[in-house]
Design a protein around this ligand. Sequence first.
Ligand code: URA
Ligand code: ZN
Length: 387
Amino acid sequence: MANIRHPIVDVHTHVYLPQYAAELRARTSAPRILNWTNGVKTEERLLILDGEPSGGRPVGPQYWDRDEKLEFMRRHGINISFVSSANPWLDFLPADRAQTLAHELNNNLEEYCATSPPAEGFSGLKTLYGFGLLPLVPDVEVSAIVQAIEYLKSLPHIRGIIMGTKGIGKGLDDSALDPIWDAIQAARLVVFIHPHYGVDSTAFGENDNGHVLPLALGFPFETTIAITRLILSGVLDRFPDLRLLLAHSGGALPQLSSRLASCIQHDPIVANRLKHDLRYYLGQLYFDAVAYGPEELTFVSRTISRASAFKNGGGTIDPVVGSSRLLFGTDHPFFPPLEASQKWPSVESNLAAIRGMPGVDSKPEHQANILGLNALRLFDLHDQVYT
Ligand code: URA
Ligand code: ZN
C-alpha cells in the first residue's frame, strides 16, 4: 500500500456552465447574475435567492471557466473532480425550458469532462467527471424524467445526478418520485443531494450577519429535513441499493439520529412504518467530508459505523468502519479566500480535518480512502486503476 500513489478526488465542486450563466444573466429576478456598480467599480454578482444577504456574491470566471477549475485542482493537489451544476439548478424554470436546458447542459457537461486532460498518474482516468441534471419541476411528466435518466446513463463521463430538496415540487418524500428512484437505482447513478433554500430566514433575525447563518445553519438543516422525510417515507426500504451522497456531511442528521429514532419509536403514526431503526439507514448513505473539523468527521463516521448494530443487533462502533462512506470535497468555487492566497483555507481545513480525524489519524490507508479511493469505488472507477 505504502508505495502506491493514491488520488485526491473532489466530489463536491460546482460549475455554472456558460449556457447556464447566460440563462441567469437574461433574468430580472432571482436567481440571476446582474451587473452591480459600487462607485467606479462594476462587477457581476450572483443573486440566488430573493432577499439574499449582502446583495448576493461577486462572481467571475472561477464559476464557469474550466481552466480555472483545473488550476484550482492543481494548486491543491486534487487529481480528479466530480463536477456538479450549482444551485438552484433548473428549479425556477417552466417545464419545457427545464427539459430543454437539462438536455443541453448534460451534453455540455459531458463535453467539459470528456475533453479534460487525463488524470496524471492514473491511467485510464480523466481529471473531470460530472453529475448531470434532471428537469425536476412540477408539470414535467415522470416518464420524461425517467428518459432523461436513461440518457444520462449513456454519457460516459456523467456518473451521477445532483438534486435539490424539492423533488418535483413536494419534496423528496413524494411517492410520485418512485419511478425516478427506481430508474436511478437501476442505472447505478449516484445522487448528490444538495441544499439551496435553507430554512425560513425570519429565524435568522434582523442583524446583518452576511451569509453565515443561511450557509452554516440553513443549508445543513434543509438537507437534514429533506433526507429525514425521505427516510420516513420508506424510500430507502423500497430502494435499498440507491446510492445517495449527502452534502455537508449530512447536516445535522448524524447528531440528531438517536433523537429522531426515539421520536419515531414513541409516535403511534410512525412507530411501525420503517423496516429498521432510523440509525440503520445512516449505513446506507454516503456523506461528503465537507465539515471542516476532524472531531465532526470522526463523529459522522462513528454514527455511520453504528448503523450495523441496528441491523444485526450488534456490531463495532469504529470510526474506521464508517470512514468507508466519507468522501473529500471542497465546495469550489464557493468559499474563496477573502485575501489573495495560493491555497484556499476552506480546502486546507477540509484536508487537515481528514488527516486529523481522531481514530483515523494514524491510519494512512483509511485517509487515502476518504481522500479519493472511496469516490473511485462509489463511481465504479476503482477497477480501472487498481486491478
Ligand atoms: N455553496 C453552494 O454550493 N452553493 C451556495 O450557494 C453557497 C455555497
Ligand atoms: Zn455545494
